[in-house]
Design a protein around this ligand. Structure first.
Ligand code: SAH
Length: 264
């Protein structure tokens, strides 16, 4: 998929004047565009920050597309109930399996190619750069955002859903986690970052954290930019950056450093 053209021939074009939200709701299915499907009680919280800057422009350009599935629309009865009390008692509410099933089936119906079905959950495997890379190689992803106490366990079993966590903390809902993971993935899609190099050299790309960055003014608050960066000697600059990158990784993340040394 890495050699996928940025614009497929015959693809429907979208007006660049559309606002990100309009784009999202009216987005036709674009041939070849990476697809993020979000099942959520709060579809209005998308595209959110994904509508800004590089990810927003890429959405407008049709390099990826976003479809939301409103859980409420699948609710039961006049009040469109989506949740109920936990079996066995305890605090909070649990999202009902029948409601989730209906929303999941609707989303999977318009999924195509290889798209993992993921439940955002603090119990899941922690999201990282290699997962983002894997997702970017696929055709898209279907993300289920929980709320309250989470989802009925039987749904996870029945659909073989993978649980993925943003980190070891508890959020109120899956939406922020979904946006973070989509952001990390979309910026790896071909054509999204302006400079093709920038995803190659940054933190986590090669198992190391990034070297320090500086810009003008050359002298600020009594601190100057390291001489080597002003030297114009590209080999020296690369060596310095490499050394700093290694030192920072060693100091801050012994876990990454150990993994890096095992690899090399
Ligand atoms: N009772 C659950 C937490 C529910 S939090 C538990 O203890 O495991 C409500 C929802 O927020 C979850 O269903 C999940 O979709 C989302 N969420 C919370 N923390 C998250 C995290 N670290 N990563 C991804 N999603 C998270």
């Amino acid at each position: 998929m890495t050699d996928k053209p940025h614009r497929a021939i015959g693809r429907k074009s979208i007006s660049a004047t559309l606002k990100p939200r309009e784009l999202m709701t009216d987005t036709p299915t674009l041939a070849g565009a990476w697809m993020a499907q979000i099942i959520t009680l709060f579809p209005q919280s998308f595209p959110g920050v994904l509508g800004e800057s590089l990810t927003g422009r890429a959405l407008q350009d049709g390099l990826w597309q976003l479809q939301t599935y409103d859980l409420r629309a699948h609710g039961i009865g006049k009040h469109r109930n989506v949740d109920d009390t936990p079996a066995g008692g305890g605090a909070g509410m649990v999202l009902r399996p029948d409601v989730l099933e209906s929303a999941i089936l609707e989303a999977r119906n318009s999924a195509r190619g290889i798209m993992p079905l993921v439940y955002l959950s603090p119990r899941g495997r922690r999201f990282d750069q290699s997962m983002a890379r894997n997702w970017a190689r696929m055709d898209g992803v279907t993300l289920l955002c929980g709320r309250f106490e989470g989802v009925d366990e039987r749904v996870i079993q029945h659909f073989g859903i993978t649980e993925v966590s943003l980190g070891d903390f508890v959020l109120t809902g899956g939406e922020i986690a979904a946006q973070a993971m989509i952001d990390a993935t979309v910026r790896l899609l071909p054509g999204v970052l302006g400079n093709a190099e920038s995803a190659v050299e940054e933190s986590h790309a090669n198992g190391l954290l990034e070297h320090p960055q500086y810009t003008k003014p050359a002298l600020w608050q009594g601190q100057s930019i390291p001489d080597v960066l002003m030297s114009g000697n590209h080999a020296k600059i690369a060596a310095w950056r490499r050394a700093m990158s290694e030192r920072i990784t060693q100091d801050r993340r012994p876990d990454l450093w150990a993994a890096y040394q095992d690899k090399s």
